[in-house]
Design a protein around this ligand. Structure first.
Ligand code: M6R
Length: 607
């Protein structure tokens, strides 16, 4: 939530900041701003709306100077407006601050600061940081930022500049990502590697309560008590083109098309000597054998990946598995014993609820394993072991390829647990692995011809509501399909177990009501068909995801989207692809911005 950038160097900062903000826009897009110092003052330009609004407001002769900071916002405290957009400045306008996170004690701090004569010009929590730094400033910006940070409770990634120390940016963080790097033109900071990868591939991931002082030719690092240290350098080896659409009209479609590669990369090196290998688990096979309960926690799409995994772990390893929304898990008192395994799933690795649940589970004595897509993210750092999904940077706010990476990773975990528990034989495991690998080709096949999906999407014109139904893994798949439709097309969509229709939702049906059904060949196929017939009788229009060759489905379905025959256990991987494409087609037809849906942000770092 919110993206921050900063640059100090030997060329003008303005374009570097604006380019960085464009790349960070997935983190929030309700307002944006930059601050650049010239010889005598800090020039601030802020605009409501997307970064493009800011870009078109910044004239050629505005904001000239080699040191600046920028921000793209997802509003928490204070409505999206120009006065609430960052950067925020001190009373004397000699200090400017951009912030990602939430300063929880801002009201108390604001009261104290107002009592000392500070005048606030926004409703944000962030502005207290500018005034706290102003209050503490005695000629050393680092000292002042350290003093301010020691008074703030909450989460923050902060970049601060001060006109009295030209060319300097001071940075710190707590529970909010910050990466830094030195390039040829100067020093860079951002919330995400993607904003500085054009300048350098060697970056430093700042840790909580650490500080960095950037000047054009160097970045110095200090710990919380002021000792300088040499940071660990992380080399980034993924391609710069992840930040480009590569000929696709939007990132979402590009990322959907990357899914075969994600399957292959996630499986690479995971089978050795016919055994599943997940070294990152940091538990011996003996310890894994003791696991008698699994909790999978996550939010949104990551939670849905967990729903799929529950079915597989219980089927193959016979370990009771519970899947919980992270925001609920942390406020319950779940039964955790030394033999409980907690798996935390998070694409971004910085979702506040998931992180809090991880901390809580560890305090209660559980071993926590993270499944995340982001190198060095808080989920990665705070887990006992981390499995990286190989999706690479995901930019569209609606998760697609990272979901496939999560499901494949969790499927491997289920197979490993099945082996360790002696429930899966070697030949069974080999066969499962090989069929899992085949899903890459099956997705490619689905992506070759999407005409049936586009045809079904037209049916949603003028519709305001839809139900997604399925049984078993079909039900789990429907939750993700329905989320995709609602988040990018704004059509209300709910997922139900098909067998539940007659216990309530069937009352919603009237002529033409759209039902999307996952009705692939599975042990419960016949039951699903009966449920669809009951709905059709009551006027529903059925859009079915079905198995190639299934002619019977045409008796109940108005639209059929075929996918290749696949073992039911792996069906969610392939069936999710047409559901993603369906949601996207509907959203595009409705003129929605599929990459940046309203009110959402890619990383949810607030509770
Ligand atoms: O980064 P995370 O996986 O922890 O994010 C969890 C959810 O916020 C995320 O999956 C969200 O539901 C997406 N918009 C889904 O497309």
């Amino acid at each position: 939530m919110c993206g921050i950038v900063g640059f100090t160097g030997h060329v003008d900062a303005k374009d570097i900041l604006l380019d960085g903000l464009k790349r960070l826009e997935y983190r929030g897009y309700d307002s944006a701003g930059i601050a650049v110092e010239d010889d005598s003052r800090i020039n601030v330009i802020r605009r409501v709306g997307k970064v493009s609004e800011l870009v078109s407001s910044v004239g050629e002769n505005d904001c000239l100077g080699g040191c600046g900071i920028g921000h793209t916002r997802w509003a928490t405290h204070g409505a999206p407006s120009e006065r609430n957009a960052h950067p925020h400045t001190s009373c004397a306008e000699d200090i400017a601050v951009v912030h990602n996170g939430i300063i929880e004690n801002y009201l108390e701090l604001r009261e104290v600061l107002e009592g000392r004569g500070h005048t606030f010009t926004s409703d944000t929590d962030t502005e207290v940081a500018a005034h706290l730094i102003e209050e503490a400033y005695k000629g050393d910006l680092l000292d002042a930022v350290r003093s301010a940070a020691s008074q703030m409770i909450g989460a923050y990634g902060l970049a601060v500049m001060c006109i009295h120390e030209p060319g300097k940016i001071v940075v710190t963080r707590k529970d909010s990502p910050i990466v830094l790097g030195q390039g040829e033109k100067g020093a860079y900071v951002a919330s995400d590697i993607i904003a500085l990868i054009d300048a350098t591939r060697d970056v430093v991931v700042l840790e909580d309560n650490e500080f960095a002082v950037m000047t054009p030719d160097s970045i110095e690092y200090y710990d919380r008590i002021g000792n300088a240290f040499e940071p660990e350098i992380t080399h980034i080896d993924w391609d710069v083109d992840v930040a480009e659409k590569g000929g696709y009209p939007d990132f979402m479609l590009k990322e959907i098309h990357e899914q075969p590669r994600v399957v292959r990369d996630t499986l690479a090196g995971r089978m050795s000597g016919n055994e599943i290998v997940i070294d990152e688990l940091t538990l011996s096979r003996k310890e894994l054998n003791y696991v008698d309960r699994v909790y999978i926690i996550g939010c949104g799409t990551s939670y849905h990946a967990g729903l799929i995994a529950k079915n597989l772990i219980e089927a193959w390893a016979r370990i009771p598995t519970e899947v919980e929304v992270a925001s609920e898990f942390r406020y319950r008192n779940p039964i955790i014993t030394p033999t409980t395994m907690v798996v935390a799933v998070s694409q971004s690795g910085e979702t506040a609820d998931t992180l809090a649940a991880i901390r809580d589970a560890r305090v209660k004595g559980a071993k926590v394993f993270g499944i995340t897509n982001v190198l060095g993210s808080p989920v990665a750092r705070e887990s006992d072991g981390v499995i990286y999904t190989k999706a690479n940077k995901e930019i569209a706010v609606a998760s697609t390829k990272s979901f496939i990476g999560q499901v494949v990773s969790l499927t491997l975990l289920a197979m490993l647990l099945g082996r360790v528990k002696g429930k899966l034989t070697l030949p069974q495991t080999r066969m499962l692995f090989s069929e899992l690998a085949d899903t890459a080709e099956q997705i490619e096949y689905i992506l070759q011809d999407t005409s049936a999906i586009d045809e079904a999407a037209k049916y949603f014109e003028g519709r305001t509501s839809a139900l997604y139904i399925g049984r078993g893994l079909g039900e789990a798949t429907c939750y993700e399909g329905a989320l995709k439709l609602k988040e990018i097309s704004y059509i209300h969509a709910e997922a139900y177990a098909a067998g539940e229709m007659k216990h309530g939702p069937i009352a919603l049906l009237e002529d033409g009501f759209p039902i999307v059904a996952v009705a692939t060949k599975s042990p419960t196929y016949d039951k699903t068909i009966s449920n669809l017939a009951e709905s059709k009788t009551r006027g529903a229009t059925i859009i079915a995801i079905a198995t190639e060759g299934d002619e019977e489905i045409k008796k109940v379905a108005d639209y059929v989207i075929y996918i290749p025959r696949v073992r039911d256990s792996f069906m969610p991987i392939t069936a999710s692809v047409p559901l993603q494409l369906l949601a996207r087609s509907v959203a595009v037809a409705r003129g929605c911005d599929v990459d940046q849906p309203r009110n959402l942000a890619k990383s949810v770092t607030v509770e």
